[in-house]
Ligand binder design. Structure first.
Ligand code: TYM
Length: 334
C-alpha cells in the first residue's frame, strides 16, 4: 500500500480539511504495516494559482506543516514534505501534459468554479492544475489517495492520464490510484450556507472553523452558524431538506463516534438553542489539543524546515525511478 495525499498551504487548516481528509491520513498512517508507506505533502507548487507575497507563501508552508503534525502526522512514520523541494513533480507534470487532453481539463468543475465568468483572464496554471495533481500521485505509484469529495474528479483524471500514458507508450508504468473518501464527512459545508462547502477561500471567516481558532471563537462561530427554527427529528432521514442542520449533526457525530441517526435520537425534539452549545463543547474539547500542539510548533522555523528537507530527500528518492522510467517511455532518455 502506498498512501499519498496533499493539501494546499493557503490559509488555515479548517474543519472540512480535517474531517474530509487529514483525519483519514492520520488513521491510515497509524494503521500502516511495515510494507506500506505514507506520503503527505504541501502542494505549494499548486499555490502559485493564488496570489500571495513571497513572505506569506514561505510562512504558509511552515504553518501548514505545523498544523499537519499537530493533527497527528508523524514525520518519523510518514514522509512529510513540500512539493517545491522535489522538482520531479514539475518534471513529470510536463511529461503528462503531452498525455492529458484539453477536453478532459475543460470538464473539471473546480476549474469552472474558480475561473467563474473570467476564464480568459485566469492563469494557465489554474487550468493545468489537475495535471500537476496527477503527477503528484503517479510519481509515487500511490495506491490509495485519501481526499474529500471535491477532489474525486481530479483523481479520476489522474486515473485516465495514467491509463492513457501506459497505453500510448506501451508500458505498465503507472499504478492506477484509488481515492479514499470518507462516507459521512466527505463534504463539510459552510457554517453560513449549507449549499457551499467549507473552504479556505470563503471571504467570511465565520463560515469555517479553523483548527487554530481559540475556544471563544469556536463557541461564537457555532452560535452564529445558520440553522432553521425546527427541532431535531427522530432520525437523520428528517434532515434531508435541511442542509445546515444536517451539516452540524454530521460534524457532531464525527467527533463523538456516533452516527447522524444516533445524534438525532439523542437530541430529538430539541432545537438548536440546546444543540449548538453541546456541539460547541464537543468541538472545543476535540480541537484544543491540536491547537496547543500547533502553537508549540509553529514558530520553530528551523525544526519545521529540517523536517521538510528530510521529507523531501526521502520523497525525491522514492520518485526517482518512476520519473526516469517516464522519460524513458517517452523517448527523452535511455
Ligand atoms: P485542498 O487544499 O483544497 O484540501 C485538502 C483536502 O481537504 C479536503 N477538503 C474537504 N473535505 C471535506 N469537506 C470540505 N469542505 C473540504 N474542503 C477541503 C480536500 O478534498 C482535500 O482532500 N488539489 C488538492 C491538493 C492536492 C492533492 C494532490 C490532493 C494537490 N495534489 C494529490 C491529493 C493528491 C487541494 O487543493 O486540496
Amino acid at each position: 500500500m502506498r498512501v499519498l495525499s496533499g493539501i494546499q498551504p493557503t490559509g488555515n487548516l479548517h474543519l472540512g480539511n480535517y474531517l474530509g481528509a487529514i483525519r483519514n491520513w492520520v488513521r491510515m498512517q497509524d494503521e500502516m504495516d511495515s510494507e506500506s508507506q505514507c506520503f503527505f505533502f504541501l502542494a505549494d507548487m499548486h499555490s502559485i494559482t493564488v496570489h500571495e507575497t513571497r513572505e506569506q507563501r514561505l510562512r504558509n508552508v511552515r504553518e501548514m506543516a505545523a498544523a499537519l503534525i499537530a493533527a497527528g502526522i508523524d514525520p518519523d512514520r510518514s514522509v512529510l514534505f513540500n512539493q517545491a523541494r522535489v522538482p520531479a513533480h514539475a518534471e513529470l507534470a510536463w511529461l503528462l501534459n503531452g498525455t492529458a487532453r484539453i477536453g478532459w481539463l475543460n470538464r473539471m468543475t473546480q476549474f469552472k468554479d474558480k475561473a467563474g465568468k473570467d476564464r480568459e483572464g485566469k492563469s494557465v496554471g489554474l487550468f493545468v492544475y489537475p495535471v500537476l495533481q496527477a503527477a503528484d500521485v503517479l510519481l509515487y505509484q500511490a495506491t490509495h489517495v485519501p481526499v474529500g469529495e471535491d477532489q474525486k474528479q481530479h483523481l479520476e483524471l489522474a486515473r485516465d492520464i495514467a491509463a492513457k500514458f501506459n497505453t500510448d507508450f506501451g508500458v505498465d508504468l503507472f499504478t492506477i490510484p484509488d481515492p479514499i473518501i470518507p462516507k459521512e464527512t466527505a463534504r463539510i459545508m459552510s457554517l453560513r450556507d449549507g449549499a457551499s462547502k467549507m473552504s479556505k477561500s470563503d471571504p467570511s471567516d465565520m463560515s469555517r472553523i479553523n483548527l487554530t481558532d481559540d475556544d471563544d471563537t469556536i463557541v461564537q462561530k457555532i452560535r452564529k452558524a445558520k440553522t432553521d427554527p425546527e427541532p431535531l427529528p427522530e432520525t437523520a432521514a428528517g434532515l434531508e431538506d435541511r442542509a445546515e442542520a444536517k451539516n452540524l449533526v454530521g460534524i457532531f457525530a464525527s467527533f463523538t463516534g456516533g452516527t447522524p441517526d444516533s445524534v438525532c435520537a439523542q437530541f430529538v425534539g430539541q432545537g438548536f438553542g440546546a444543540f449548538k452549545p453541546a456541539l460547541a463543547e464537543v468541538l472545543v474539547e476535540a480541537l484544543r489539543p491540536i491547537r496547543t500542539r500547533f502553537e508549540a510548533l509553529k514558530d520553530d522555523e528551523a525544526a519545521l524546515d529540517a523536517i521538510l528537507i528530510k521529507g523531501a530527500e526521502k520523497a525525491a528518492t522514492a520518485a526517482e525511478p518512476t520519473l526516469r522510467a517516464a522519460y524513458g517511455a517517452v523517448g527523452l532518455m535511455r
